[in-house]
Write a protein that binds this ligand. Sequence first.
Ligand code: FES
Length: 270
Amino acid sequence: MATTARDSAIPAGSIREDAWWVQPLLTVLVLGGFIVYATWRTFENAHFTTLGTDLFSAGRVGDLLSPFYSPHIAIDWKLLGYHVSPALLILPFPLSFRLTCYYYRKAYYRSFFGKPAACGVPGSRNLFGQYTGEKYWPMAFQNLHRFAFYAAFIFIFILAFDVYKSTHFVDGWGISVGTIVLLLNVVFLAAYTFGCHSWRHLIGGRIDCFSCSVMNKTRYGLWKKATVLNENHQLWAWTSLFGVALADMYIRLVTSGAIADHVFFKVVNG
Ligand code: FES
């Protein structure tokens, strides 16, 4: 096809005239910012629990625990004179889940590697050259996702238990700002996790007839619920990312003594 005057006015490298670069740029800024913050907090190895703080001795039985350091692992390992952070033992699980998530793949292939940067913008469809799907290495590592899901599934219950612990005081139980923050975090994470494509396949895949047995009907019901979450998977991916960062920030502020954890109400034991 002949090149027209209009074609020659199109910026090199793209046939799009809109601000297609805004979305990848925002992704780099937000996801990059989260990676920097999470890395710093992982290695900080401090201010992640109210255990041993004034807040704890003032009446909490269960601690407020940062999601980056949950479950609480009490280790005292040293490597090259450096105290190993327990968050390093936890990080591989949520990290591998997000890194191999179908939505995040799209986001970081486009924004960090420009493969391609957006629809209609030239660029190979694979990080490593020719697109071969995910059958061959190194792209085959993305198949880890279904296994990372199992770990993410367990973490939902671990984090829910942290919410439960945060309601326990020496003289009763109550709800504080910390409880709400941890609760929102686990709700956002659950919405993200149970909208996962792997989960949807796990509960609804490999069935020929959804109505042929009670089990299949139950699976169909779960699959429909997962589909509702799956349709907004991108939204939950970002909401849960902000949720976990904000929950950690809040716990850090409380445990470092910068702010107090306000208790909304407490039911005192009789
Ligand atoms: S596809 Fe995104 S979490 Fe599984």
